[in-house]
Unconditional design. Sequence first.
Length: 108
Amino acid sequence: MPRLNFHAISEGQVKGIAKSLTDELAILIGCAREHFVLECVASTYVWDGQVVLGHPYVEVHCFDRGIEVFDRMVEIITRHLSHAGCPSVDVAFRLLERRFYYEDGAHL
């Protein structure tokens, strides 16, 4: 169920890495690739009253897998985005609790 929200990263860049990124993350965390969601978030960034380019940022929503796995996920995400033309990117995790996660009306 990992969901990756890409901010200030173009749809083309995400499409270019989607398969290889998903394949590598799926192997790392032992999750079927069909459970991954990659979303390109369209936003307008404003600084001092001017529209500016945003800083590339990936928000990962997932269940807790431990810091070692998260560190490896960040390395994978950063490497793929670097190859796609994002020399700098921030990655943050939003942890989901299984007891508060429902699929089709039922707990996982």
